[in-house]
Write a protein that binds this ligand. Sequence first.
Ligand code: NAI
Length: 345
Amino acid sequence: MIKVAFYDAKPYDKPSFEKYGKLHDMQFRFLETKLNGDTAALSAGCDAVCIFVNDTANAAVIDKLYKNGVKLIALRSAGYNNVDVRAAFGKVHVVHVPAYSPYAVAEHAMALLLTSVRRIHKAYNRTREFNFSLKGLTGFDLHGKTIGVIGTGKIGRIFIDICRGFGMHVIAYDRFPAADSGIEYVTLDELFAKSDVISLHCPLTDETRHMIDADAIAKMKKGVVILNTSRGGLIDAEALLDGIKARKIGAACLDVYEEEADIFFEDRSGHILNDDLLSRLISMPNVIVTSHQAFLTEEALNNIAETTVNNILSYFENGGMCDNELCYRCGNIERCKSERKQRCF
Ligand code: NAI
């Protein structure tokens, strides 16, 4: 039986993982705690750990897992910025779920945009109290507006299709533009200067960290709406708040936040929030925050569990080759997949 320590387990994770685990004689040890230096020891006796976006697998944690005999880190997410893939090389293999429902995230981004520009969140609260006034609820048409999409991978492209359905003019920036995609690529500066709405769909890397900072905001149109359903670290949140206070940014919709790790996914309603920046952002009338829920659909949860279990099985039972293995040497995972004939090490 393959034993897996499942960190940061939430009630919505268990049914799908138990279902697929049972099919393959895989036992999950569900742990509510996140993976970090203090909790790595809880993986003792397990063959693999299964982690999510706010678990930490840095070099020190990886060493502890390795010493515990853990052979595999199975990310149940697409993003892997929380794993030091270089430090893992030669010690612990890393697999991820490259796509589970790009529609879930793209549709959530559009849901946030529509909610914001049509003030649905405000109207909902008003009518619940029988306040039928329309004062302050004037929005604007998305039709004819220019949207700048940063990152035209799986999610970015679906989001582009959705935006085109609304009659928006789409421009995009990607470090690796897709050839023959019919996408109108521009430079990042051009995107900042021309967009009425900017949506982030690229990964968090050393290069993209704080790509939306004070300099970038200075280049944007007055009244720009910023959407972030990718990773919090893409935005310098202090600069965002300054831009909002200066009335430069018209609205911000954030599903992710740089310092979300100790805050998001939990009910903190009875507590005093220690993060002044997040408190201030949430208090703004033109900011909508959701708690990293863009992925959270039935379809996505099912696909995440199925792919993660298959990743673990491929590693332990099917000769060790897993298409979804990540390694720092591979760099371009997609290209590597087609060329790789054996485990990365
Ligand atoms: P993907 O790998 O298919 O696409 C990412 C795109 O970003 C690629 O086209 C890549 O060339 C581009 N890119 C890489 N470096 C760049 C740079 N420096 N500047 C501009 N573009 C760059 O990834 P996918 O599946 O579309 O996911 C995008 C991001 O969405 C993930 O990295 C993850 O952080 C986030 N995500 C958020 C979720 C949520 O629940 N909020 C759920 C799933 C993913």
